[in-house]
Design a protein around this ligand. Structure first.
Ligand code: GRF
Length: 201
């Protein structure tokens, strides 16, 4: 399967996919063909460049409307003919045009146990709420915010001494492994989405 990975930050989830694919894309069942971002000068893009991958950046502020940005992101992604789009720390909500083109084959990873703590501050919100366990969710993207059908989740305990960064780092250790495992299975075995139920063949 051809993967386009979308990033907005450090790109450690991207790196985990690149490391898993390594020199055996056939074994893993997928290869990253391009990396897209909503901003410049992030480590995620440097990781892509170090791996010799094509990259593209589409910044919301460069477009008159959100819909124009969404169309530009869609076209830039479609240029690489992905089978799956992986939103790995991508911090923008994709719009109607993107979903019309890639809905049902866009996977997102979120650092909380959805439906708890959706949105851009899932780790901070779980900590502030006093949750005793949190974790990460890998799900298909739908037209909501972190609301699409769940594929897999991983649980991470919250420790009394945790601050947001410490907890997020511990979540990311689980998240990277979960994302690599899920993407490989989706790519190798194919899948069906029926309502909120995801079946991997
Ligand atoms: C991940 O925990 C992702 O779920 C969240 O931000 C983090 C991105 O990490 N949205 P990275 O850019 O993959 O290192």
């Amino acid at each position: 399967a051809r993967l386009v990975v979308l990033v907005s930050g450090s790109g450690t989830n991207l790196q985990a996919l690149l490391d898993a694919i390594g020199d055996n894309p056939a074994g893993y069942g997928a290869t990253v063909v391009a990396v897209g971002a909503d901003r410049d000068a992030i480590a995620g893009l440097e990781r892509a460049e170090r791996a010799g991958l094509p990259t593209f950046v589409r910044r919301v502020k460069d477009y008159g409307t959100r819909a124009e940005w969404d169309a530009a992101l869609t076209d830039a992604t479609a240029a690489y003919a992905p089978d799956l789009v992986i939103s790995a720390g991508f911090m923008k909500i994709v719009g109607k045009e993107f979903l019309a083109r890639f809905g049902g084959r866009t996977v997102n990873t979120h650092p909380a146990l959805l439906p708890s703590f959706p949105g851009a501050h899932g780790v901070r919100d779980a900590l502030a709420y006093g949750a005793k366990v949190t974790g990460c969710t890998v799900h298909f993207v739908d037209d909501g915010v972190d609301t699409g059908p769940i594929i897999a989740q991983g649980v991470v305990e919250v420790r009394d001494e945790d601050d947001e960064d410490a907890l997020h780092e511990r979540i990311k250790e689980v998240e990277r492994r979960l994302l690599v495992e899920v993407v490989g299975r989706l790519a190798r075995h194919g899948y069906r989405i029926e309502g909120r139920k995801v079946t991997i063949q």
